[in-house]
Every structure is written in C-alpha cells, then in structure tokens.
Design a protein. Structure first.
Length: 259
C-alpha cells in the first residue's frame, strides 16, 4: 500500500481491538494471519505505516480485549514506545469546519467546539459511555438546528458512530456510519469511501443474520457506486473483497434467496 506524504512529522491513527480479538486500524480491518497474534499483526501494520511514510506513527489504542487504552508511538526502525495522549483529536473523524462551498472558510462555532472538546476528554479518559451520550446529544441538537445532511450534523453523527464502535455496540455504530455514508455517497464526496469503510468495520462485528444481510447488501451497493466513480483507493480494496466474501458464503446466499 502506498501512503501519501505525511502532513506533519507524526502520522496519527486509531486502533480498535474487540473483545473477540478482531482489530481495526483507521477503519480498515486487520486481516487474520495464521499463527500471528492480533497484537503482533497490529504492531506489524503500524511499523509498515511508519516505514513507508518515514515518520513516527502515533496510534491511539483502545483494546477492549484487555480493557486497556493507551497511545503508542511506532518508529520506522520498528521500535515502539508509549506516548502521552493528547486531547486535540479523536479520529477517525474529529469535528472539522464544514466542507461545503458556501461555508468552506467558516470556523467551528466556539460553543460547538467546547462540546466536542468535552467529548474528546471523556473519550481520552476512557469514559466512553459518557462520551457516547454527549455525542448523541450533540448530534440530535445539530440535526434539529440545521438538518441531518448539514456538515456539522454529519460530522457529529460520524463521531457518534465511532464512539458506539468503541463502546462495543456494532449495531448502533453500523446504522450511524451508514447514515453518514449514504449522504456522502450521494454527493460523490471524496470522504465517502472512508465512511463506508467505518460502516464496514462496524458491520463486520454483527452476528445476527438479518442485519448482516440487509446492511451487507447496502455496503456492496455503496462500494460499487464508489468504484464506478473512481473513489475507491487501493487501501480499501481488501474491505470490498471482505464484504463480498462474507455476503456470498453458501449460508448467506441461501438466506438471501429465501422469500
């Protein structure tokens, strides 16, 4: 995978490891490797990022399998060290200024910035349930004040989806992430692929057949639409294949054909 040149001397990313030992790095599923523990696979991937970018990779790790949260720096030479966490980001989607043409230069209102900062601090303190409640309240406020497709409301929903993902609520995370992805796919937004990737990561943790089939079908359609618009990068190719493989197993194929 070829990564773009770093915007700064540190490349930041997020790592989520589920209680079942499945890992997601910046919305991308980490493939299972026979005989390789999940933590080693994640560290190997972070080392690849650092080596390819020739910079330090700073990973905010939320490990639900061990109940630990920490920030890890991985260097191009393969060494790693614990880092002091920062309050200024909560990827994969922080709360940036709006991106629509009419408001491209507008700054985030101070009142909203304060609410986002409060959410970030709760999350950094591993108070994820409280952070999720605050994010939900913010999204409801913005949706009511503006509209669901407004840039502020979309970013709030994306943040809420990510926190639901970290809280281990894949159903809620999938629904929220899909809602963001629908809007951005409809407008051929360059960020749409990342949003579909986040929805795919949440969907991968669903177990009930019906939502797996229903949401999997929508994910396939979204990936197809983005592919037709040349908005799917090489970095997302593995996710596209994953959805297709999961949806086309014999069991799921039979279920899909059941009236």
């Amino acid at each position: 995978m070829t990564l773009p040149a770093p915007a700064s001397e540190v490349f930041s990313c997020d790592v989520y490891i589920s209680e079942e030992g499945r890992a997601v790095v910046n919305g991308d599923l980490v493939p299972d490797a026979e005989g390789v523990p999940v933590h080693e696979a994640v560290l190997n991937l972070l080392h690849d990022y650092a080596r390819e970018r020739a910079t330090v990779v700073r990973a905010a790790v939320n490990d639900r399998s061990s109940g630990e949260s920490f920030v890890l720096d991985v260097l191009p030479d393969g060494s790693s060290r614990l880092s002091v966490p920062s309050d200024d980001r909560l990827a994969p989607t922080a709360f940036p200024a709006p991106h629509d043409a009419a408001q491209a230069d507008a700054a985030l209102p101070a009142a909203l910035a304060d609410r986002v900062t409060a959410i970030q601090r709760r999350a950094r303190a591993d108070q994820l349930d409280q952070a999720l409640l605050l994010a939900t309240a913010l999204r409801e406020y913005l949706t009511g004040t503006y509209e669901a497709a407004h840039p502020y409301a979309l970013e709030a929903r994306a943040l809420e989806a990510y926190l639901a993902h970290l809280c281990g609520i894949p159903r809620q995370a999938t629904l929220l992430a899909l809602a963001v992805a629908r809007v951005r796919c409809r407008h051929a937004d360059p960020r749409a692929a990342d949003d579909v990737a986040r929805a795919t990561a949440a969907w991968s943790l669903l177990e009930d057949e019906q939502p797996v089939l229903a949401h999997g079908t929508e994910l396939l359609n979204m990936w197809q639409r983005l592919g037709d618009q040349s908005l799917v990068s090489d970095a997302h190719a593995a996710l596209v294949r994953y959805v297709g493989q999961r949806m086309h197993t014999p069991t799921r194929a039979c279920a899909a054909q059941t009236p």
